[in-house]
Ligand binder design. Structure first.
Ligand SMILES: [Zn+2]
Length: 127
């Protein structure tokens, strides 16, 4: 079974770095767990609001430059936040990124405050 990005997900990729879009497109074809894109490019006003709300730790987010996307797992078309689903989606992202030779970081592997829905282009290669 192969999933496809919805129109809404595609619209949310506007302004995202083309290399990251290629990874997202490959990941949706490969993944065994469906997902939607919930956020790509973010403006500074929204970022500041997220930091105030405690939903983000940094004013220097990769979302501000189009180097990051957030996804939500879908089971039977409904959003689920169960942690194991994100590990499986991450496998699809990582395998796709490896194949495309696009260095990618998964927020689920951060040592502090893991961020399962978050994927970003590697800062070392994409400053
Ligand atoms: Zn994020």
């Amino acid at each position: 079974m192969s999933f496809r990005l919805s129109q809404r997900s595609r619209a949310r990729l506007q302004g995202v770095h083309p290399d990251l879009i290629v990874v997202v497109e490959a990941a949706i074809r490969r993944t065994e767990v469906d997902f939607m894109v919930t956020e790509g490019l973010r403006d500074p006003v929204r970022q500041a609001a997220l930091v105030r709300a405690g939903a983000s730790r940094t004013l220097n987010s990769r979302h501000l430059t189009g180097h990051a996307v957030d996804v939500a797992a879908l089971v039977e078309g409904r959003v689920r936040w169960d942690w194991p689903l994100y590990g499986r989606i991450a496998e699809a992202f990582k395998a796709s990124a490896r194949e495309l030779r696009i260095p990618l970081t998964w927020g689920g592997e951060w040592s502090r405050l893991r961020d399962g829905p978050h994927f970003e282009l590697d800062r070392k290669v994409y400053p």
